[in-house]
Design a protein around this ligand. Structure first.
Ligand code: F0G
Length: 459
């Protein structure tokens, strides 16, 4: 086989952060102490951290230098003015509310729109989105086609919303009870798959037909724009930013966890077109996050975010970003690891139900793989399956979600190709030992978002 040409990083390294390798014996012991939940590990004990792409980006020299210009005034800071200008230009929306991260924007908006009897419809609600909606007493429905949920099927836009299902929910609950349609781009919980512009337009038409608010949950909107440019007809000549702007132009509201495509370690945005809704949300913002011109962020955070929002649409950056994720996917696929296809933008998802087919779903095959990757390679990642989304019926029996995935999320601009090659090598050991792996039972779980703090026992 001819070797693939090296995908060289479009940056060079100016500052280094040492990482430490530990022994498998040590890792076995501390993982047991952490109740087999990698969220409860110390990051110093992790060699390659693929837990999330959220807040884990390396900032550029331009971002770091912008931070020195941070205006830390309580009201009307120049750092805020720069951020507001940038976000207005990107979104075409008038009301920009800064928040400390995405879920704060979710809490404010869905706290305002939600409540008992209200319904939200999405392609797939991310877990904090669903939790914030359900916390208000409202109900959240995901609308994905069987084709999109088929993890082996290679389709260009498997993040798309199933319009027929969405329509059915609207008719079933009554349009007056549908608080919003939330379009998540890329569709994180469904494998980081992109949403097409054509689908966004269909969602817009559905919202217009019934008079429903369209919220774009767009924390990975630049990555989504990359896929549209390369996969959807008539977009190859548009810039990534123009594509994102087009999708925003048909939305009523934009929620962004800036910890992803704004290339910062902390921050979020709630951007609205409607004045009345913006006023109500601003009140909640001031009560809980901070004054309207900083919303829980320091001036330097806002400076870094402004620059990050420009850098993320750079052609070399986005090409490297998507291709380096694909590099990991291709090599794992060559080893026969079953993966969600096509590869998503920010992560590679392993089909753990298929890979660890000797472990039944109620014994959490995804969690078993997550723990094995840590014990064998000091790699940290997250289960996206029964631990994250499993429920119980009235008799207390486990109701499994449709898939048992493990997500290897790639931080932006952090790991080089040799780090990723290391991850690929660890899979040789995982494959060799996979039949020795055993499942888990839960020993503790909280009522919401249990994957963060649940503890387990190996069976
Ligand atoms: N929406 C989506 C689609 C997300 O992926 C996330 C976070 C949020 C909202 C919430 O944003 O973390 O800033 O409060 N996703 C992270 C992840 C946590 O690992 O996928 P936040």
């Amino acid at each position: 086989m001819t070797r693939q040409r090296t995908l060289a990083e479009p940056f060079r390294i100016k500052m280094v952060e040492p990482v430490r390798m530990t022994t498998p014996e040590y890792r076995k012991q501390i993982l047991r102490n952490a109740g087999y939940n990698p969220f409860l590990l110390r990051s110093d004990d992790v060699y390659i951290d693929l837990l999330t792409d959220s807040g884990t980006s390396a900032m550029s020299d331009r971002q770091w230098s912008a931070m020195l210009l941070g205006d830390e005034s309580y009201a009307g800071a120049s750092s805020w003015e720069k951020l507001e200008t940038e976000v207005k230009d990107l979104t075409g929306m008038h009301y920009v509310l800064p928040t400390h991260q995405g879920r704060a924007a979710e809490r404010i908006l869905y706290g305002q729109l939600g409540g008992k009897g209200k319904v939200f419809v999405s392609n797939t609600h991310f877990d904090t989105t669903r939790a914030n909606i359900e916390f208000t007493g409202a109900t959240a429905f995901d609308c994905m086609s069987d084709e999109s949920l088929d993890i082996d099927l290679e389709l260009p836009f498997k993040g798309d919303m199933d319009i027929a299902q969405a329509r059915q929910y609207i008719l079933q609950y009554g349009p007056e009870n549908v608080a919003a349609i939330v379009l998540t781009v890329t569709n994180n919980s469904a494998g980081g798959q992109p949403v097409s512009m054509a689908n966004a337009r269909q969602v817009r038409a559905l919202c217009d037909e019934f008079g429903i608010l369209l919220v774009l949950d767009g924390c990975r909107i630049a990555e989504n724009a990359y896929f549209i440019k390369h996969r959807e007809a008539n977009y190859s000549d548009k810039s990534f930013r123009e594509i994102a702007q087009e999708m925003l132009s048909i939305s009523d509201a934009f929620i962004m966890s800036a910890k992803k495509d704004a290339l910062v370690n902390m921050g979020g945005l709630l951007v609205l077109r409607d004045k009345k809704l913006a006023e109500k949300c601003t009140n909640l913002l001031i009560i809980s996050e901070g004054f309207a011109t900083y919303g829980g962020l320091s001036g330097r955070d806002m400076e870094a975010m402004t620059v990050g929002l420009q850098e993320v649409f750079d052609m070399d950056y986005l090409h490297y970003r998507i291709k380096s994720t694909e590099y990991l996917g291709k090599h794992l696929q060559e080893k026969g690891v079953p993966l969600v296809k096509p590869f998503g933008g920010h992560a590679i998802y392993i089909d753990a139900k298929n890979f660890y087919d000797h472990i039944p779903v109620h014994e959490f095959p995804g969690q078993a793989l997550v723990c094995d990757l840590y014990e064998q390679g000091a790699i940290r990642c997250v289960e996206v399956g029964s631990v994250m989304f499993g429920k119980y019926d009235a008799q207390g029996n486990h109701i499994a979600p449709k898939s048992e995935l493990v997500r290897l999320a790639i931080p932006r601009r952090v790991y080089t190709q040799s780090h990723i090659d290391y991850v690929i090598d660890v899979f040789d050991d995982i494959i060799e030992n996979k039949h020795q792996s055993t499942g888990f039972k839960i020993t503790y779980e909280p009522p919401f978002l249990r994957h963060f703090t649940a503890t387990f026992q190996r069976l």
